[in-house]
Design a protein. Structure first.
Length: 149
């Protein structure tokens, strides 16, 4: 094989174009890939952050269900075997969302769902035996607010 044959073979490969449009498309593709991966493998980020109680949340049970954290459910429920998870932050955010936007809104409930699962992910790694029970409790709280507001 002569060097000219090799050159021709190389000439047949499509040229790599480095245009601004291509860079934008690549960036969007990477974003969509990351989004798909995150949705496919888990509903929560791999590295979850603690969900705190917002500093402007008013805890005052005399003002009703939008100011009492988790209302009829435990604020820091027991997670078998022998642990707990702090849902005050997610419940406070849900209360504030509903107070601002109206009772029993799907958007507020989905936010609540995501924040509780994030709190579970922050508290317990995916291979921790508490993680499954914690996620189950989060689902139970979510189903409760979907049904009762
Ligand atoms: Ca509440």
């Amino acid at each position: 094989m002569s060097s000219s044959t090799l050159d021709r073979t190389h000439d047949q490969t499509p040229p790599i174009r480095t245009s601004r449009r291509g860079a934008v498309i690549r960036r969007i593709s990477l974003f969509l890939l990351a989004l798909t991966a995150s949705l496919g493998f888990s509903l929560v980020p791999a590295y979850a952050a603690f969900v705190p109680i917002p500093s402007n949340y008013v805890y005052d049970t005399s003002r009703g269900a939008w100011h009492d954290y988790c209302t009829l459910s435990p604020d820091v429920p027991y997670v078998p075997p022998g642990s707990h998870v702090d849902f005050r932050g997610p419940c406070a955010r849900h209360d504030m969302c509903e107070e601002a936007g109206g009772k029993n809104t799907y958007a507020c409930d989905r936010l609540f769902f995501n924040l509780m699962h994030e709190q579970c992910a922050w508290a317990f790694a995916s291979d921790n035996p508490h993680r499954g029970p914690c996620d189950f409790i989060a689902d139970t709280y979510y189903n409760t607010v979907r049904q009762t507001g």
